[in-house]
Design a protein around this ligand. Structure first.
Ligand code: HEM
Length: 439
């Protein structure tokens, strides 16, 4: 940094808070609401103190640009380090940068591709129908649980070539404990020594070992085969332990995220009769033809619904990074060693980008408004080198599953006037009181 520039840089302003506890109460009450308000007040860069934690928020379109430009100023290494060390490995795709990351990512790409869904729509439809048939008529069911089982079956089949079966529960115990301890910091490390955690982790690993014992060429997805080939050529980047973790990665990255978007999309579809009718009008003719992959793009209202769900209820685009060196962001000095929160979602309630942002309104993402076409206004899948590798898969899977479910007659919210409690990304799952019934 040149001397004159160093002189003009300012320190990130401090977000609203109280002495001692800082912004902790506001963050706990409503993380997203707090970030929106501080972004509106301070702009794209501000410092947050919360009890004994301190971090700098880089938010909105400027943060997306910084992520796209990042040449090593910040990375996700420390965010993932404890997770992979506890598992037994050294590193994993999500924490690498530069050339090593590019090569690793290329090896995982085909297993997470959109074409995995496009080529398997009959399979996804049959999994959805199997799940719906298991729902007894007249008895209500929890949408989140239904979605979790269905999405796990789909993600498992599409990426790994296997359904998770009983190991799904073990994976969820393993991963949600890891998230709470090592990523969100909401539980103490002692949670990782508890008997039920250790047993669940051992069973999740055993399921991954079983999968790896199969002949990779016999599996319907290229994921295991491609990663094995990558491991042979790059033992410095991927070893057997890390390969085991990579068998869990599709669920780590693709389960809670898709479950949340699916659950919230169903809630909005069933609570608004006009929206439901518009969805049925475009879904029904395509379902009658078996949902041809080439015609999914005709589901414009459905696509707008998914985008609006991710704008209105940010799911995953609030990610942690660590400053490897000092750098400048929007006139602010970011010091080496600083913990960063890349809050891409911070602009999602900005009235300069989204008209009447407090309203849930799918039409904002349809012609003529097309509010998502503004550069970096909406980045639900992240930005830069680590942008979601499964974004195409997620979109196509969501289109197929929402079509299958909404296109099934007789499903209703239960009770019909149920209003969901606000969803926060830190909750892992939407309101467990959200139920549907099949009449
Ligand atoms: C609506 C659903 C989804 C959302 C909102 C979402 C969101 C994200 C976001 C924000 C990131 C960036 C994280 C960061 O920069 O630290 C990410 C990364 C990633 N996602 Fe997704 N995701 C979704 C579904 C999926 C699915 C279905 C898969 C695969 C089965 C997947 C695989 C990945 C992988 C492998 C990465 C890491 C990429 C890398 O580090 O290079 N995601 N996702």
């Amino acid at each position: 940094m040149c001397h004159s520039k160093a002189m003009t840089l300012r320190e990130p302003p401090l977000a609203d808070g109280f002495p001692l506890v800082g912004s902790a109460p506001a963050l706990l009450r409503d993380t997203e609401g707090f970030l929106y308000s501080q972004y509106a007040k301070h702009g794209p860069c501000f410092r947050v103190r919360a009890l004994n934690r301190e971090f700098v928020v880089l938010g909105g379109p400027a943060a997306a640009e910084a992520m796209a430009r990042n040449a090593g100023e910040f990375d996700a290494w420390t965010m993932w380090e404890n997770v992979i060390r506890e598992f037994g490995g050294r590193q994993v795709l999500t924490m690498l940068e530069g050339e090593a990351h590019r090569r690793y990512r290329a090896a995982a790409r085909a297993g997470f591709a959109k074409t995995r869904v496009q080529e398997n729509i009959p399979l996804v439809l049959s999994l959805a129908h199997e799940a719906l048939e298991a729902v007894p008529y007249g008895r209500s069911f929890v949408v989140g649980e239904f979605a979790q089982q269905l999405v796990a079956d789909c993600v498992g089949m599409l990426t790994l070539g296997r359904r998770p079966g009983d190991s799904l529960r073990d994976f969820i115990t393993y991963w949600h404990t890891q998230l709470a301890v090592n990523i969100a910091g909401t539980r103490p490390t002692s949670a990782l020594t508890r008997q039920n955690y250790l047993e669940a982790k051992a069973r999740a690993r055993a399921a991954a070992e079983e999968l790896l014992a199969l002949d990779a060429d016999s599996l319907p997805s290229p994921y295991v085969r491609d990663l094995r080939a990558f491991m042979r050529e790059n033992p410095d980047l991927l070893n057997e332990e890390e390969l085991l973790f990579m068998m869990l990665l599709p669920y780590v990255a693709g389960l809670d995220t898709v479950v949340n978007v699916l659950t919230l999309s169903l809630y909005h579809a069933y609570r608004d009769p006009q929206l439901y009718a518009r969805l049925r009008a475009e879904i029904d003719p395509l379902l009658a033809e078996g949902l041809p992959a080439g015609r999914l793009r005709e589901l414009k209202v459905l696509h707008a619904l998914v985008l609006e769900v991710m704008r209105y209820h940010p799911i995953a685009n609030m990610v942690t990074r660590h400053a490897r060196q000092e750098f400048e962001f929007q006139g602010c000095r970011i010091r080496q060693g600083e913990q960063l929160m890349m809050a891409l979602m911070a602009s999602q309630r900005d009235p300069a980008l989204f008209r009447r942002p407090e309203r849930f309104d799918v039409d904002r993402f349809l012609a003529p408004r097309n509010e998502h076409r503004q550069k970096n206004a909406l980045n639900p899948y992240g930005a830069g080198a680590h942008t979601c590798l499964g974004a195409g898969m997620a979109e196509t899977l969501l289109a197929t599953l929402i079509s299958a479910i909404v296109g099934t007659d007789g499903l209703r919210l239960f009770p019909p006037d149920y209003r969901m409690r606000p969803f926060h990304a830190s909750q892992l799952a939407p309101d467990p009181g959200l139920r549907l019934v099949r009449l």
